[in-house]
Design a protein around this ligand. Structure first.
Ligand code: DAH
Length: 348
C-alpha cells in the first residue's frame, strides 16, 4: 500500500506540472479522485487488508485524496485568474488616432463660414512665379517685398520672360489671379494655404505660415458688400457681440484698401485704459485681423476681366495670428514644434 501511495503521489506531481490549463486540471480531478481512479480502487481494497491495518490506510488514503484535491483546486484558481486576465473578448485598446492640427481645423472652420455664403474653396500653388505673385497684383518692380530678403526665390529656369523667376509664394493673393484668369464672373472664392517669407524666426514670425485669401467679382459689388461679408464672418467666428473697425491702409492690389480690426475677443474693448488693462489687445481694445479692399482695376484687367463692367473685393488674413489671438498663444513657434502636450490642448 505504501508503494502504491508513493507511486500515485509521484505520478500526480508530474501530471500537475504538465497541466497547462483549467481543462486539463479538470481531467486530473477525474483521473485521481473519480470513481474509476486508483485511489478509489485502493479504498475498495481496504476490507481485504488485515483488520488492524484498515484504519491506518483508510486515513492515509483520505489524506492523499485531500492533498490531491487541494493541489488541484489551488492550481485551478490560479489558472482561472490568469485566463480571466487574458479575456480575448475584451475590447481592444484603440490606437492613438491623431486629430487635425489646430491651424488646419481653424482654417476649415473659417472656410466653412464663407462656403455657407456661396464662396468656393480652392487651394492655390505654393510655387508661383513673379508675375502671379507680384506683377499681376499691381506690385511694382521696385516694391520692397520683391527683394530677395523678403521672398524665397527658387533656382529654376524661367518659364518665359513675362512670368519672371520662380518663387515660394509670399502671400495667398496670387490665387486671386489664377482663379480670375480661369473663371468668369460672378465668382466668389476662398483660398487657404501656406505662404513663405525669409523672416527671422521669433515669437511672432515664422518663415512659413498660413493665410486665407478671399475675393469676389461681380457686377455692382461695393465696399458695403465687403463689409457685410467680413462682419458676418467675424460674428460667426468670434462672437455675435464683436464689432469691426476699418482703418484706411494701402495695398497695391486693392483701391481703396483697409486694415480691419475686431473688438478685443478677451476684454471686448472694456479694459482698454488704465490699471489691469487687457494683455491681449495691450489696452488698445482692438485686434488687427486682416487686410482688404476693392480689387484694383489693374488687377482685374491683368486677368482679362473688364474693369468697367465688373468690380471685386478681396481680403487676406493670417490664420496663425487669429488662432494666437483666439486662444491667447504667445509664441507662433509652438504651432510648428509638434509638441503633443501643446497640440492636445485644443478641442478637436
Ligand atoms: N496679401 C496681403 C499680405 O500678405 C494680405 C491682403 C491684404 C490680401 C489686402 C488681400 C487684400 O486680398 O485685399 O499681407
Amino acid at each position: 500500500m505504501a508503494a502504491e501511495i508513493k507511486k500515485i503521489k509521484n505520478n500526480f506531481q508530474k501530471d500537475l506540472e504538465n497541466a497547462k490549463n483549467s481543462g486539463s486540471l479538470k481531467k486530473l480531478k477525474i483521473k485521481y479522485l473519480g470513481r474509476k481512479s486508483k485511489i478509489s480502487e485502493l479504498f475498495s481494497n481496504i476490507p481485504n487488508l488485515a483488520k488492524q491495518e484498515r484504519g491506518y490506510w483508510g486515513k492515509e488514503l483520505n489524506i492523499l485524496k485531500n492533498q490531491i484535491s487541494a493541489a488541484i483546486e489551488a492550481r485551478l484558481a490560479e489558472k482561472n485568474q490568469q485566463e480571466e486576465r487574458m479575456d480575448l473578448t475584451y475590447p481592444a485598446r484603440l490606437p492613438d488616432k491623431g486629430s487635425s492640427h489646430i491651424l488646419s481645423s481653424v482654417t476649415s472652420d473659417i472656410c466653412l463660414i464663407f462656403k455657407e455664403l456661396g464662396f468656393h474653396i480652392i487651394s492655390g500653388d505654393e510655387v508661383e512665379d513673379e508675375w502671379h505673385n507680384f506683377s499681376a497684383l499691381n506690385i511694382p518692380l521696385e516694391h520692397p517685398s520683391r527683394d530677395a530678403f523678403d521672398t524665397f526665390y527658387l533656382d529654376l529656369s524661367k518659364k518665359n520672360q513675362k512670368s519672371g523667376d520662380w518663387l515660394l509664394r509670399s502671400h495667398t493673393s496670387p490665387s486671386q489671379i489664377r482663379m480670375m484668369q480661369k473663371l468668369t464672373p460672378p465668382l466668389a472664392v476662398v483660398s487657404p494655404g501656406r505662404v513663405y517669407r525669409p523672416d527671422v524666426v521669433d515669437a511672432t514670425h515664422s518663415f512659413m505660415f498660413y493665410q486665407i485669401e478671399g475675393f469676389a467679382v461681380g457686377e455692382n459689388l461695393s465696399f458695403a458688400d465687403l463689409k457685410g461679408v467680413l462682419l458676418h464672418f467675424a460674428k460667426q467666428f468670434f462672437s455675435q457681440k464683436v464689432q469691426l473697425r476699418f482703418r484706411p491702409h494701402f495695398f497695391p492690389f486693392t483701391e481703396p484698401s483697409a486694415e480691419v480690426d475686431v473688438s478685443c475677443v478677451i476684454c471686448g474693448g472694456n479694459q482698454a485704459e488704465g490699471e489691469g488693462r487687457c494683455s491681449v489687445c495691450k489696452g488698445k481694445g482692438w485686434l488687427e485681423i486682416l487686410g482688404c479692399g476693392m480689387i484694383h482695376p489693374n488687377v482685374l484687367e491683368a486677368c482679362g476681366i473688364d474693369s468697367n463692367k465688373y468690380q471685386g473685393f478681396a481680403f487676406g488674413m493670417g490664420v496663425d495670428r487669429i488662432v494666437m489671438q483666439k486662444y491667447q498663444i504667445n509664441d507662433i513657434r509652438l504651432f510648428y514644434e509638434n509638441d503633443l502636450n501643446f497640440l492636445k490642448q485644443f478641442p478637436i
